[in-house]
Design a protein around this ligand. Structure first.
Ligand SMILES: [Fe+2]
Length: 418
């Protein structure tokens, strides 16, 4: 992209391209072309103008012209005062997070009831399972902002119930990214919801056991795919649900269980569910595990792609969740800490963050939103950049509480404004 730069006439050299002079109406035939002869340079130097405007190629780091002009126009149309960064009412994400939580809690209640029923009578109520997945597909289609916020909601104290729903939501998000039809999305979502239904046959003692499992306990856990297949292969639910339950611990390189299938033998829906399953397991606090940050989980998934998972699907998954998923705690080059609030689809490294500390890491009384897509007009560099993702526990920050606190703060601001 060529940009105009004003220089003193004494700086004019061969090889430069002159666009215009400071005097309107003064035009030479060698304008807009690279100056290749000293005669033209001398003509301009003797024309009596003090300043001229030359055209230069703007160096932009690995950026596409379209994206840059998009960012520039966004930046130019906004006021440049610092206070502009505090315009919280311009972000739909805050409202989406509040709504997402309400919808998610409601659906989670239904998922809990569904699994409790399976535990009691060994059968899946297909009607309520389809009702849950229907609602999720509906939200993902008509309220995408709310759905995005839902992909990071978790209740860490309630893994067994939350996991099924989380996997349903995350698989659905990946299915959408893969361009699946509405019917296919319903099936994917249903498979995600029911993939671990066989766990209802495993004793609570083993599931919630803190510390390492014995060999016997582990081989009991490893039976849950077959238990799940038996529960779901009932001629009522779509047959894909039973296949996914049976295959979801198989791995591309044949190192999984129960059959050691290879990639070509694993169903396509299973490949989607397996990625969502492992991602949720790594990012959740289980009885025998510590949760990892979403960014760490993505790195782990990526390192396993090709071995455990389909490589292309993992790439799509990372693209779906974002390099920095919503809720991730990050450090900015300013020293401030922030929580990812809203992904930037054009540039995954430049989401909107909720800044919760100052440069010295002291907690702010009022957190505020900062859009990392903002560029400094003078330097043409981003104003702030993410340096790394952090473990919230090590910094005494609970992302969910911070988002809640901000949501409350946001509500108060709106109330005060009216
Ligand atoms: Fe499982």
């Amino acid at each position: 992209m060529k940009v105009e730069r004003k220089i003193h006439i004494s700086e004019l050299k061969l090889g430069m391209t002159v666009n215009r002079t400071e005097k309107d109406g003064l035009h030479f035939p060698f304008f807009d072309k690279e100056l290749t002869d000293t005669r033209s340079v001398n003509v301009l130097k003797n024309s009596g103008v003090s300043y001229i405007y030359i055209l230069e190629e703007q160096e932009v780091e690995e950026d596409k012209e379209g994206e840059l002009s998009g960012r520039l126009s966004q930046l130019m149309s906004a006021p440049l005062e610092t206070s502009d960064y505090f315009l919280i009412d311009s972000s739909p994400a805050v409202d989406d997070i509040i709504q997402a939580r309400t919808i998610f809690e409601n659906i989670r209640g239904k998922a809990r009831l569904l699994l409790d029923t399976v535990k009691k009578n060994g059968r899946v109520d297909s009607h309520s399972a389809e009702e849950i997945t229907g609602e999720l597909v509906e939200v993902s289609t008509h309220k995408p902002g709310i759905f995005t916020a839902m992909t990071h909601l978790k209740n860490q104290d309630d893994y067994t119930y939350s996991h099924s729903l989380n996997v349903a939501v995350i698989s659905l998000a990946l299915g959408k990214r893969l361009g699946k039809s509405s019917d296919e999305l319903k099936t994917i979502c249903l498979c995600g919801l029911l993939h671990d239904v066989g766990m209802t046959r495993i004793s609570e003692q083993i599931i919630t056991k803190p510390g390492k499992l014995t060999e016997d306990e582990y081989s009991e856990i490893k039976k849950h795919p077959e238990y799940g297949y038996k529960i779901l292969n009932n001629g009522v639910l779509p047959p894909e649900t039973a296949t996914v339950a049976l295959q979801h611990h198989e791995k591309s390189d044949g190192s999984g269980y129960p059959f050691g299938l290879h990639e070509r033998q694993i169903s396509n829906i299973t490949k989607i569910i397996s990625i969502a399953d492992v991602y949720d397991a790594i990012t959740s606090k289980k009885a025998y595990n510590h949760e990892r940050t979403p960014s760490e989980a993505l790195k782990i998934l990526f390192s396993w792609s090709g071995k455990h998972f389909n490589e292309t699907l993992v790439k799509f998954f990372i693209n779906t969740i974002g390099i920095y998923p919503v809720g991730t705690l990050v450090m900015l080059d300013s020293g401030e800490l922030g929580i990812i609030l809203e992904p930037n689809k054009k540039d995954l490294t430049r989401p909107k963050v909720l800044v919760v500390t100052d440069e010295k890491r002291d907690r702010l009384d009022k957190s505020h939103i900062f859009d990392l897509a903002r560029y400094d007009l003078k330097t043409m560099k981003p104003i702030k950049t993410i340096i790394s993702s952090l473990n919230p526990k090590q910094h005494g920050i609970n992302s969910e509480h911070e988002l809640d606190r901000f949501a409350g703060q946001f509500k108060n601001t709106v109330r005060e404004a009216f």
